[in-house]
Design a protein around this ligand. Structure first.
Ligand code: MRU
Length: 320
């Protein structure tokens, strides 16, 4: 059984939401059983399950668990929706569940997210020149989506068509989602890869060793401004300086048409002890890349080019 199968990453059982604990990967493949909505919210907050679509899926399962075990569903909704602030997929999934908090509805949300990833992968393939040397940041793979992946799904689809030479993976300080999770996924997929410290990426791009930067997103405002793991913005600036395209791969569940621009996206500030316990620290988990630095946004509907307010799909008009 592959560790990247959707049910292995997150699933609903009769008495628990079960997640593959991403804090322990790749050293240890251990499952975490969450028996209440509060325990699911804790698992999301602590990054046992993480990545924008995956936390939406986990929260949907958490609400279904609450409903079936007689918990107060409104209280469960409030706990879950507050577990992480930046990824809009969380609120989207919980709002979808409100009218029908059933296990069947939650499983459908999970299946649909994986299907959206596969569609995005197929749409993204033409953006990869033959022999692509790709740079990615954080983890936007199967682990982050509940199966297949957004940015990593696109890389996988392009690799399967012979278009990728290798992938460079920013380690993603402070919690090493790139060095631990993306490298682990690429290893399982058999895609040649190497990890680099985040601060080495600029020089790599400047030396002409990167053809394409591909990332996921946690929230995309109506104008295309994109919040993603902290460190994406400096990559975008350096990529633009050297004429390297930055492609964002994200489903429409990551779009937030209620926000005109990225300045309004809430940026999660995490515990400074994730950075250092000896000295004061600031620990913003995300940054915002202005739309003008984004070469293309790939959703399950296709490839969208600037100006994004016009070209993102009509789904933007859906109230979220
Ligand atoms: O803090 P994390 O690990 O949840 O941050 C995840 C990211 O920034 C991903 O790039 C994003 O959620 C896209 S996941 C398909």
């Amino acid at each position: 059984m592959s560790d990247l199968e959707p049910h292995r990453i997150v699933r609903l059982e009769e008495d628990a939401v079960v997640v593959l604990d991403q804090r322990r990967l790749p050293a240890e493949e251990r499952e975490l059983r969450c028996r209440t909505a509060a325990e699911v919210a804790e698992a999301i907050e602590a990054l046992a399950v993480r990545g924008a679509p995956a936390i939406g899926v986990a929260a949907a399962y958490g609400l279904a668990l609450a409903a079936s075990s007689g918990e107060d569903v409104d209280a469960a909704y409030e706990l879950l929706v507050r577990s992480r602030p930046t990824a809009v997929n969380l609120r989207w999934a919980l709002d979808e569940m409100r009218s029908d908090p059933s296990p069947a509805r939650a499983r459908r949300i999970h299946e649909d997210e994986v299907a959206r990833c596969q569609a995005m992968g197929a749409h993204a393939v033409p953006l990869f020149p033959p022999g692509s040397r790709v740079l990615t940041h954080c983890n936007a793979g199967a682990l982050a989506t509940g199966g297949y992946g957004t940015a990593l799904g696109a890389i996988r689809a392009a690799w399967e068509r012979g278009l990728v030479r290798h992938v460079r993976v920013g380690e993603t300080r402070p919690l090493l989602q790139g060095a631990r999770l993306t490298a682990w996924e690429l290893e399982q997929l058999g895609i040649p890869h190497a990890v680099l410290v985040d601060s080495a990426a600029g020089a790599l791009i400047a030396r002409g060793e990167v053809d394409l930067v591909v990332t996921g997103a946690d929230r995309i405002a109506a104008n295309g401004d994109t919040a993603n793991k902290v460190g994406t913005y400096p990559l975008a600036v350096v990529a633009a300086r050297h004429g390297v395209p930055l492609v964002v791969v994200a489903p429409t569940t990551t779009l937030d048409p209620s926000l005109a621009s990225g300045g309004a996206i809430p940026i999660e500030e995490r515990d400074p002890r994730e950075v250092t316990s000896r000295f004061p620290a600031v620990n913003p988990a995300f940054d915002v890349t202005p739309a003008e630095l984004v070469h293309a946004i790939v959703t399950e509907h296709g490839v969208h080019r600037p100006p994004y307010a016009d070209t993102l799909p009509r789904q933007l008009a859906v109230v979220r």
